[in-house]
Design a protein around this ligand. Structure first.
Ligand code: NAD
Length: 294
């Protein structure tokens, strides 16, 4: 790709390393964050509109849909016609579709492209992008996906990337809980954890939660469990994503009882059980400490 002028809004845990990778690849990156954070190789601007003016692409990596809508209201009028607004945040499907419509009115291309891979993937440039938007918007974003990630899937029209993200994370929340409660049961049955891993990771109970991100310390590949359950993927972010999937399910009348229960358990963990700031696999010590009536 020819070197692009990129405006990057939201230089937090994810956005800062993503912006730094784009700058390292030779793009001219200007960044803005309300907290005043910066990133390596990125020129700081004072407002969101300032990074949008003259940019070929504006990338957002923001906390939620309300902030995205607010930022889009500010940057769309400042953007060049035909430029691309690429939102990589995880937000509600409605917000993605509303910003897509506003972009169309402003003559700006839009793609929602939430990511999987966490802070490690953001730093290493190995994220997976799940994108929604027109074919042309996806094509325009592809060279940037190639810098920031290792895979990008075009899931459909605007909002489809967010739909894929929240469905994936609804499965993830439920399988992590199932894996943790099974380990806690295995402990009480006197089953050695390493044997449990050997069997389940090659049997029909296997999943990413067991095989790649095992919640039992010292078992399986390196994971946050081996580091005192420091995130990783914080439990409060899982609460956010499970909340988005329930919000979406409500909007389209989908029956998602496992997702609803996973949300209730993670919410309880974060709000009442000292789970805040812990990786979402810290559900294992939570279950270990409980019995049927606790
Ligand atoms: P973060 O809180 O570290 O970063 C968000 C940044 O946005 C902050 O620096 C904040 O100051 C900034 N911000 C807030 N309002 C703003 C505004 N109006 N204008 C400019 N900047 C503003 O969060 P994060 O971990 O970087 O996550 C960002 C997004 O990526 C979220 O939507 C999250 O759900 C998603 N995500 C995170 C992970 C992860 O592991 N952290 C993984 C996948 C997806």
């Amino acid at each position: 790709m020819k070197k692009a002028k990129i405006g990057f809004i939201g230089l937090g845990n994810m956005g800062a390393p993503m912006a730094a990778n784009l700058a390292r690849a030779g793009h001219e990156v200007t960044g803005f964050d309300t907290a005043g954070t910066t990133a390596e190789g990125v020129r700081a601007a004072q407002t969101a509109a300032a990074v949008a003016t003259d940019a070929d692409v504006v990338i957002c990596m923001l906390p939620n849909g309300a902030v995205l809508r607010h930022v889009a209201d500010e940057v769309l009028p400042a953007m060049k016609k035909g430029a691309l607004l690429l939102d990589c945040s995880t937000v509600d499907v409605e917000a993605a579709r509303a910003v897509a419509a506003a972009a169309e009115d402003a003559g700006v291309q839009f793609a929602d492209a939430p990511v999987s891979g966490g802070i490690g993937g953001a730093s290493a440039g190995t994220l997976t992008f799940m994108a929604g938007g027109t074919e042309a918007a996806f094509r325009a974003a592809t060279p940037l996906f190639d810098v920031m990630g290792q895979k990008a899937v075009h899931c459909g029209e605007a909002g489809a990337g967010q739909a894929a993200k929240i469905c994936n994370n609804m499965i993830l929340g439920a399988t992590m809980i199932a894996t943790c409660e099974a380990f806690a049961l295995a402990d009480k049955l006197g089953l050695d954890r390493a044997r449990m891993f050997d069997v389940v990771s090659t049997s029909s109970g296997y999943s990413w939660s067991m095989n790649a991100y095992c919640p039992a310390p010292g078992i399986g590949p390196q994971s946050p469990a081996d580091n005192g359950y420091t995130p990783g993927f914080a439990s409060e972010l899982m609460v956010k994503d499970l909340g988005l999937s329930q919000q979406a399910a409500e909007a389209v009348d989908a029956d998602t009882p496992m997702g609803a229960l996973a949300l209730a358990l993670y919410r309880q963990f974060v709000e009442n059980e000292d789970g805040k700031g812990k990786d979402f696999s810290a559900m294992l010590p939570r279950f270990e400490a409980r019995g049927r009536s606790s």
